[in-house]
Write a protein that binds this ligand. Sequence first.
Ligand code: RET
Length: 246
Amino acid sequence: MEPVQAYQLVYNLMSLSIAAMGSSFFFFVSARSALKPENRMAVTLSATVVLIALYHYVRIFNSWVDTAGGTLGTFNEAYRYVDWILTVPLLVAELVLVLRLDSKLESMLIKRNVVYAFLMIATGYIGEMDEQTTVVLTSARTIWGFISSVFFVLILRDLFGGIAVSIKKQSKEIQGIFRILRVVLLATWGVYPIAYLLPTITTSIGLSVADGMVLKQVGYTIADILAKPGYGLLIWKIATLKDKGR
Ligand code: RET
């Protein structure tokens, strides 16, 4: 990729992300007030998530511009991790909350998965600081990435196993949307570990180190738009069905 094109691609995606976070914040705040009070919490969390992300994307965008895409100084990746460490536990919690499971199961699932989410991001961050650009199994990027993935698998195990049992008690419509939501979650959350490893494989597939960094930013940014506003819309849809008593 030409350096200028690469810079602009990421610049435009980050700009789109700011627009997506800001507009979806407005939507979630308006939509939540139309729900019955007992169904509002999950949508409130969606609004909180996109507001946190709006702030961080302004910082991320500024860092991209200030460092000319990492070519004039170090692009600050820490903003993403601060954003994720705050938002991923909230995203997990809203998924459990919107289903209105029995309160014992609900509190157990939330507590456990909030801890897993926190550890997944914290351990991933340690590896992210390693600027490894070739595949080396013993590099900090690979090892911490692996440790982080263990927590990722534990979250998926609860979402696909733990919750699945109580999902059978939900209405057919909610079961249908929940299935879509799970696939969306797997497909979008799965992009993060792939993007994380991209910088280490680009040189082996004939791309440059700079391409690897750009593709990682593209992957993280698109995944964030789908995993926050996109996911929030599905959560809102479930909340509206609960509202109608379905
Ligand atoms: C890391 C490190 C490498 C291994 C794994 C990772 C997973 C990250 C995930 C992030 C999800 C973020 C979301 C943000 C939206 O608000 C940390 C990249 C497994 C799953 C959903």
